[in-house]
Write a protein of this length. Structure first.
Length: 231
């Protein structure tokens, strides 16, 4: 690298394979190994998964929401404007990088609970007044977090499928590992999750899905059906 140097004091390593204890050295100085760190706004940990990252996003989104309390309490602003602000300022923080999350039902519920709580505050629905979650979403013209993330995942997947087949993201998505895997239930990964959704959508393989993705209008139509409520 010409003109570039690694800052040894700011550089950390994170070991995914716990069986390995190889140290990383730069100029005869060992780089510290850590359990977790933030990278480009996402939280990475040795455990993998998305729990830490999701909790980090919820904390940041909650702080953002609280900083706008004067707006949510304002009687001079329409509900439509408030919801637009929530969508662009709060939900965008909450779902940053969510297209790469592998979500469990528990994590999805956690995100939905946060959004519904925010919407009830915006609409000034407090106990003993109640409103169902479905009615809440309908009145605010919003969709559930699960639907939003699913659409983001598939838009992201469409970008990958339209890449040249030799590009690393495309290879990582479509690569079929050889050999046999260990016994037991396979660990949930983002790719396994996407393969399951792909099969449910009616695509038998990634090349078949790529044919759809190359036609952007056709792809957009398929995604609307795939990410509709109840799918």
């Amino acid at each position: 690298m010409v003109g570039l140097q690694i800052n040894q004091t700011k550089t950390k390593t994170l070991r995914i394979n716990q069986k390995s204890n190889t140290e990383v050295n730069i100029n005869n100085k060992t780089i510290a190994n850590v359990e977790e760190f933030s990278y480009l706004g996402a939280k990475l940990s040795t455990q993998g998964g998305t729990d830490d990252d999701i909790e980090e996003r919820i904390v940041k989104a909650r702080n953002c929401f609280k900083s706008l309390n004067k707006i949510w309490r304002s009687s001079n602003m329409t509900l439509k404007i408030k919801i637009n602000l929530y969508r662009s300022l709060v939900r965008s923080v909450l779902l940053y990088g969510s297209e790469t999350w592998k979500l469990t039902m528990k994590q999805t519920k956690r995100l939905d609970v946060f959004q519904n709580k925010c919407l009830r505050i915006i609409m000034r629905i407090f106990w003993p007044n109640t409103m169902s979650n479905d009615t809440l979403l309908r009145k605010t013209n919003l969709t559930s977090i699960n639907e939003v993330i699913k659409m983001r995942r598939w838009r992201f997947t469409g970008h990958i499928l339209r890449m040249d087949t030799n590009e690393i993201p495309h290879v990582a998505l479509t690569w079929a590992p050889e050999g046999s895997r260990r016994r037991g239930r396979p660990r949930l990964t983002w790719r396994r999750m996407m393969e399951k959704e792909r099969d449910e959508a009616g695509w038998a393989s990634w090349p078949e899905a790529r044919d759809s993705a190359l036609d952007r209008r056709r792809w957009k139509t398929r995604l609307k059906a795939l990410c509709a409520p109840g799918h």
